[in-house]
Design a binder for this molecule. Structure first.
Ligand SMILES: Nc1ncnc2c1ncn2[C@@H]1O[C@H](COP(=O)(O)OP(=O)(O)OP(=O)(O)O)[C@@H](O)[C@H]1O
Ligand SMILES: [Mg+2]
Length: 262
């Protein structure tokens, strides 16, 4: 019998007792949390805390050593065989990733094609949409991130903030239910990051579940509903954003806010 790996009433993201090592170093230590649909979560913590690793594990860009990760009730990256987890074949992992958009600090656009072609690639090659359908979708998404007029430009003709907005539109083109953003504004100067923050805020109104790793407290304060604060691979605070910013409990969180506060 096939093990049951989907459950429609489940939280959108469930991370249950996840551990991960790199060599002898524990980079995720028994991390557990659940994110309901549509919640906006900021992942904060000092450099090296494991924020990027956590986001990459949710998308199975990295393997885990223990625990389980579910997105919309589906076990990510593995299937259960008795008590052990067996890694899924690449094709199945690719299917799972369609529901999980990811945007990195370095917007990895395809350099040799136009902005609109960047956004159309996923819908055409992954979702099998026609060129006409994909064009309409891409124009709509570019309008949503304020870049309709740049559709025919090449990435190197855009500012960093504009390129990052294209990267967001491209991730959205696969209609993910979850978006993971890893330092989406940290390669940008403050003015350009405002543009990107505005584009992310737009996503937040659409009911997409968002997890954002960031060092920018302005971004986190602006619209995160909840903060996960990590130190040395451990999730040490998990609280509503307002409560976290008003009165962080953990000593490292207090230090962190004193250093990064505005
Ligand atoms: N490719 C890698 N090879 C070896 N160790 C790595 C690699 N990437 C990250 N690490 C280590 O894993 C730990 C967690 O790193 P991670 O990148 O997840 O931290 P982070 O919280 O995202 O930090 P930052 O705020 O600097 O982005 C760190 O100790 C880091 O040195
Ligand atoms: Mg990181």
């Amino acid at each position: 019998m096939k093990p049951m790996t989907t459950d429609n009433n489940a939280p959108t993201i469930r991370v249950a007792g996840v551990t991960k090592h790199r060599g002898t170093q524990a980079v995720l230590r028994d991390v557990s949390f659940e994110v309901p649909q549509g919640q906006i979560v900021a992942v904060l913590g000092p450099s090296g805390a494991g924020k990027s690793t956590l986001l990459r594990c949710i998308n199975h860009l990295e393997t885990i050593d223990g625990g389980k990760i579910f997105v919309q009730g589906q076990l990510i990256g593995y299937r259960e065989q008795g008590d052990v987890l067996v890694e899924l074949p690449d094709a199945e992992i690719s299917l799972q990733r369609r529901r999980i958009g990811m945007v990195f600090q370095q917007f990895n656009l395809f350099r040799h094609v136009t902005v609109i072609e960047n956004v159309m690639a996923g819908p055409m090659h992954v979702l099998g949409q026609s060129r006409t359908q994909a064009t309409a979708l891409a124009l709509d998404l570019l309008a949503r991130v304020g870049l309709a007029e740049k559709a025919d430009a090449y990435p190197n003709q855009l500012s960093g903030g504009q390129q990052q907005r294209v990267a967001i539109a491209r991730a959205l083109a696969l209609k993910p239910s979850v978006m993971l953003l890893d330092e989406p504004t940290s390669a940008l100067d403050p003015e350009l990051s405002q543009e990107v923050i505005a584009a992310i805020r737009q996503l937040a109104t659409d009911g997409i579940t968002l997890m954002i790793a960031t060092h920018e407290m302005a971004l986190a304060r602006d619209f995160a509903e909840r903060v996960l604060f990590m130190v040395n691979g451990e999730l040490v605070e998990d609280r509503p954003a307002r409560a976290f910013f008003d009165a962080p409990q953990h000593e490292r969180a207090r230090q962190f806010l004193a250093r990064h506060g505005d």
